[in-house]
Design a protein around this ligand. Structure first.
Ligand code: NDP
Length: 291
């Protein structure tokens, strides 16, 4: 069984981006700039934003993080989004979700200028994706496409079963896998919590993309021999033997599937690092479009 190593792939792509940024600097040009808005003090959200900031620094991008207390008003956040929309020196804007309950996520994400929507969550971005037009692909599906491409995984004519239909992972992924593209052209089954006999669908899959957020849900007995398994899930599971008090688990029972699958992404070190690359690539894309 092959382990699809996201860390290795991410390292290679980061080096390529760094070289391109160095070329811009040598020419005396401005570098790409990613801005993030973070509201509240949720630990996981802070970790995500910090890692995005670190990624920018590593490849030579500029980055800004606008931090707000839990008590910030919706209007304050909308005003900041507008200010960033109008700032020609900022190429990409992400608003870290979830937002506190009194702030509408829909209103805020829709306020982002679609030209700077590097998370790809805006209705315009998702609509373009659905029609196969050039757009910002949400970072996680983008990362999965990179993984398929870099490991040259044949997808044409294969049956891909996506488990989970969220707007940020499962649904856009199902669209991408069905498109008439080199790393698409699958027959796709999109499943969710109301799917009956889920196992019977997974059993038919040549490619399984698990994005449901239930640790170790996919077992070896559910798979067809030789299936390719992409594990998107990341859940913190309590573990007192770990200094952090938890360990990260994917949606796939790695030990159980490894005798059956032909290739699997590990957690951590699989899809996660490539998701971060997806955001960098989208920011670079926005920069190139406006320069
Ligand atoms: P959501 O909670 O938004 O969506 C989960 C989806 O899974 C829903 O569509 C839900 O169905 C479906 N689902 C839940 N239980 C079952 C079940 N028993 N059988 C079949 N389908 C089920 O999650 P996200 O899409 O945001 O994230 C999914 C996982 O991926 C999480 O663990 C998250 O942490 C991780 N993640 C990882 C990223 C990375 O970089 N690697 C990035 C983003 C997310 P229904 O619609 O019916 O409720």
């Amino acid at each position: 069984m092959q382990i699809l190593n996201g860390l290795q792939v991410a390292k290679t792509i980061k080096e390529q981006i760094t070289q391109e940024v160095n070329t811009l600097k040598q020419k005396g040009l401005r570098v790409p700039h990613l801005a993030a808005i973070l509201v509240g003090s949720d630990g996981a959200s802070q970790t995500y934003v910090n890692s995005k900031e670190a990624d920018c620094k590593q490849v030579g991008f500029d980055s800004s993080v606008f931090r707000y207390d839990e008590t910030a008003t919706e209007q304050e956040i909308l005003d900041k989004v507008e200010e960033i929309n109008n700032n020609p020196n900022i190429d990409g804007l992400i608003v870290q979700l979830p937002l506190p309950k009194h702030i509408s996520e829909l209103k805020v994400t829709q306020m982002i200028n679609a030209e700077k929507d590097v998370d790809g969550f805006h209705t315009i971005s998702l609509g373009k994706l659905l029609k196969g037009e050039d757009t910002f692909i949400p970072a996680t599906p983008y990362g999965i496409l990179m993984m398929l491409e870099l490991y040259n995984i044949e997808t044409t004519g294969k049956h891909c079963v996506v488990v989970g239909r969220s707007n940020i992972v499962g649904r856009p992924m199902s669209v991408l896998m069905s498109q008439n593209t080199k790393y698409g052209n699958c027959t796709v089954t999109l499943t969710h919590s109301k799917t009956q006999n889920l196992e019977s669908f997974v059993q038919q899959a040549d490619i399984v993309i698990a994005a449901l957020g239930k640790p170790e849900f996919i077992k070896g007995s559910m798979l067809k021999q030789g299936a390719i398994v992409i594990d998107v899930g990341i859940t913190r599971v309590e573990d007192s033997s770990n200094p952090k008090g938890y360990i990260l688990k994917g949606d796939v029972d790695f030990e159980d599937v490894k005798e059956i699958a032909s290739a699997v992404t590990p957690v951590p070190g699989g899809v996660g690092p490539l998701t971060r690359i997806g955001l960098l690539k989208n920011t670079f894309k926005s920069y190139l479009k406006s320069n």
